[in-house]
Design a protein around this ligand. Structure first.
Ligand SMILES: Nc1ncnc2c1ncn2[C@@H]1O[C@H](COP(=O)(O)OP(=O)(O)OP(=O)(O)O)[C@@H](O)[C@H]1O
Length: 763
């Protein structure tokens, strides 16, 4: 049965065992899901058996789950009615191009096969019947080139529609206004023009060189070149010098222009990548925290790193190849038509075949690479886990077990690679063979034409090797098309991220931090995280300006959520959150966030020095101010004791510091900012009681005339607060008062206090 792995708004991942090892089932499920208008993209991986469905986030997840189950059921029904393979046919299924045993046959396969047979038969019959007439027709250059062109177009079109899973769509499902390439290149059209020009010239220089070498050999054989003599260069020696000189110039031009083109394309690729990355990153910075939270961090960073690199790599590498291919074909066809029209057909006959083979082999190579990529991913994650879990491994004495496990993964990866490499080598040589057949055919027919005197050897000689250049480039067509498809898919993901709405509200009412008194009120607030029951239900409380207010309560009672709503990290569903009597939704967002300093339970430290971390957000603070803030946060003593003091590097996410030290650095950062309202959300939960008492003592002066909201589980943290709220479930205020009042009331707080103080709790 299909099993859901993860559900987040707009995306679901499923484990569908039916897909595992069955590409046709995977394709069927993808197309069944993609038919639904709510589904933006469906991808079924026959290697891992996973199905990824991207959908309109407004559609309830249950509906998408229903669609996935329905697609799996339909596929099974289809499999039962169409693909009961007999043992005999299973033997045939072992062919590399056959599907997985037991998987439903491609529904269109019998029809396709018979249509192909009919078409092939018809062509053969026609060829036999027409015989000489057909050959005469083919010998007409425009007819043969037209046929080769049409056949190539059919092959390309078929391959395109087969692999076109990443059709570009805009968010509302309409066709984009610009061609995707134009969207990718953006405003760098001049750079594109220059790179294209250099590519075209480099390609022409290369072709000239390939034409000059046989011309020189011909001159040596014949003793004179009639063409050069007609141009006024008399004598074999002079003619040889001219040809060799021209070859040298072509050689230099090819190298110089090739260098220029390579640099220009790479530069363009880098520029495009840099442009998209800077723009997208700036956009991501502006996203609302709720939107960013709903997108997985790993997904966003994959888009920012890999997808944007794909755009740059395609422009810098594959677009260059495409221009070279187009130039070689565009230059070759007129040259042949002009100089040797009678052999043009044989020179270009392999074009559709090579194109077809290129696509066909590429599809197989992709499947091979997916399989070996899967093994590589398993090996890498196994090794990463292993390295991270070294303490656990040592403690459990499982070193040998782990070594064997990694060796097994490595062996599987090696075997997958060996078979991939073998088929890659076979494919490369088959393509080469197909390409070479053009050379042999050209030699045979061209040679006969020369012998019969129908074709001048001076015209035939330079042409022999030229189709080879185009055919070699053609072998890359499958790869280029695949890269283009991948680039479109990457562009779609990048654009999706860029289409996420930025945080609104920069234009609201102004409230400069100096004018904030810090009067805060939650009025009948109801808020639920997407797909969850309300975290706050009709919650109301007031926080007096310039005072310290403690908020305590059971885990999950909504304490942090109150802070998030105050900072507008989330938008409430009902009610009001007021700062100085103004609804925070109407305040200018920068003003609101400048007015409130927030220290979370798990503070984030950047991979830089302690001083830089404390200064983060108050970059112009003096050293004295920095040390003073660290003192107030109880951080100075331990920082001072470090060999590098404030210049100590804290490591990735502050890995080189203890939890309590990190918290004190984060506290110092907020203290240095000096905001009129401070929210400490379990900000000292990781420090020992003694240090916390010292921090509280230091914070007393800092908290004077400042609104301090202290969220804590440890009641000693809020003991000295002017008012303490005790939250029940859904953020409802169970009781409030000062510490002494609450203890005297003998309610929830008093019970908790006795528990934490180690006093006996009445039964
Ligand atoms: N990003 C989120 N998505 C979905 N639900 C969430 C999210 N963050 C919190 N919740 C849920 O909202 C409720 C309130 O969470 P909140 O973090 O405000 O509680 P808390 O009182 O601060 O808890 P703790 O004392 O454990 O820190 C919890 O049930 C929690 O599971």
């Amino acid at each position: 049965m299909p099993r859901v792995r993860s559900v987040i708004p707009g995306r679901q991942r499923w484990d569908v065992p039916d897909v595992c090892g069955r590409p046709v089932v995977a394709r069927l499920i993808e197309s069944l899901l993609s038919e639904h208008e709510d589904v933006v993209e469906a991808h079924a991986n026959p290697v891992t058996g996973r199905v990824l469905v991207r959908h309109d986030p407004a559609v309830p997840p249950q509906r998408i789950a229903g669609l996935v189950r329905e697609a799996v059921t339909l596929t099974r029904l289809y499999a039962r009615s169409h693909a009961v393979r007999t043992t005999a046919s299973a033997a045939a299924a072992n062919r590399p191009d056959a599907g997985h045993p037991g998987e439903p046959a491609d529904p269109t396969r019998p029809r396709k096969l018979s249509a192909a047979l009919v078409r092939g038969g018809a062509v053969a019959v026609a060829a036999l019947a027409c015989g000489k007439y057909c050959m005469a027709l083919l010998a007409r250059p425009l007819v043969s080139l037209g046929l080769a062109g049409a056949a190539t177009a059919v092959v390309v079109r078929k391959a395109w529609s087969r692999s076109d899973r990443a059709r570009q769509r805009t968010k509302d499902g309409t066709t984009p206004r610009h061609h995707p390439l134009r969207t990718i290149i953006g405003r760098h059209k001049r750079q594109l023009g220059m790179a294209t020009l250099l590519s075209v010239l480099a390609q022409l220089a290369e072709m000239a060189l390939y034409a000059l070498v046989p011309s020189t050999v011909l001159l040596l054989a014949k003793g004179e070149s009639a063409t050069l003599a007609a141009l006024g260069v008399a004598g074999a020696t002079a003619q040889l010098s001219v040809l060799v000189g021209a070859a040298l110039v072509a050689c230099l031009a090819m190298a110089a222009l090739g260098y220029g083109a390579g640099v220009a394309w790479r530069k363009l690729g880098q520029t495009v990548e840099d442009d998209w990355r800077t723009r997208t990153y700036a956009h991501v910075q502006q996203l609302a925290p709720a939107d960013l939270e709903s997108e997985r961090t790993s997904r966003v960073s994959t888009v920012l790193a890999e997808d944007i690199s794909q755009l740059g790599n395609f422009v810098g590498g594959h677009l260059h190849e495409t221009v070279q291919l187009a130039t070689s074909l565009a230059a070759l066809i007129p040259v042949y038509l002009l100089l040797a029209p009678q052999i043009a057909w044989v020179a270009f006959a392999p074009v559709p075949l090579v194109t077809w083979l290129s696509f066909r082999f590429h599809e197989r190579a992709v499947a091979d690479h997916i399989a070996s990529g899967e093994h590589r991913a398993r090996l890498s994650s196994g090794m990463a886990d292993n390295l991270q879990a070294h303490t656990t491994i040592k403690a459990a004495c499982t070193e040998e077990y782990e070594s064997t496990r990694i060796a097994e993964l490595s062996r599987e990866y090696r075997e997958a690679n060996v078979s991939t490499d073998r088929s890659a080598a076979a494919q490369a040589q088959t393509l080469r063979l197909a390409g070479c057949s053009a050379l042999v055919g050209t030699l045979l027919l061209g040679g006969r034409a020369v012998l019969k005197g129908e074709l001048a050897s001076a015209a035939f000689g330079p042409l022999i090797e030229l189709p080879g250049i185009a055919l070699v480039r053609l072998t890359r067509l499958g790869g280029i098309t695949d890269q283009y498809q991948r680039t479109l898919a990457a562009l779609e993901r990048v654009q999706y991220l860029n289409d996420l709405p930025v945080e609104s509200g920069t234009e609201g009412c102004r409230l400069p931090a100096q004018q904030v008194s810090g009067d805060i009120e939650l009025r009948k607030v109801t808020f639920a995280y997407p797909g969850r029951p309300p975290a706050l239900r009709d919650a109301s409380l007031t926080i007096a300006p310039g005072r310290t207010t403690g908020i305590v309560g059971a885990t999950g009672s909504g304490k942090t959520t109150i802070a998030k709503l105050l900072l507008r990290f989330r938008h409430l569903d009902e009610g009001h959150v007021l700062l100085d009597g103004t609804d925070v939704r109407t305040l200018a967002l920068p003003d609101l966030r400048h007015a409130i300093g927030y220290v979370s339970q798990e503070p984030f430290l950047f991979d830089s020095t302690i001083a830089e971390n404390i200064r983060y957000g108050t970059f112009d603070a003096t050293d004295e101010q920095l040390v003073e803030a660290a003192r107030t946060a109880g951080a100075h003593a331990f920082v001072d004791a470090l060999p590098d003091g404030y210049d100590t590097l804290v490591g990735e996410r502050g890995a080189a510091l203890s939890g309590g030290q990190k918290q004190r650095i984060a506290l110092a950062r907020t203290i240095l900012r000096d905001p009129p309202v401070v929210v400490l959300d379990e900000a000292t939960s990781a420090v020992d009681n003694e240090t916390e008492a010292a921090i509280q003592h230091a914070l007393q002066a800092f908290g004077t005339n400042r609104t301090m909201i202290v969220i804590a589980h440890r009641l000693s943290t809020v003991r000295s607060a002017d008012r303490i709220y005790v939250l029940g479930s859904g953020g409802l205020v169970a009781e409030y008062g000062t510490h002494d009042e609450l203890v005297a009331r003998d309610g929830t707080y008093a019970t908790l206090w006795r528990l934490q103080a180690g006093l006996r709790v009445p039964a």
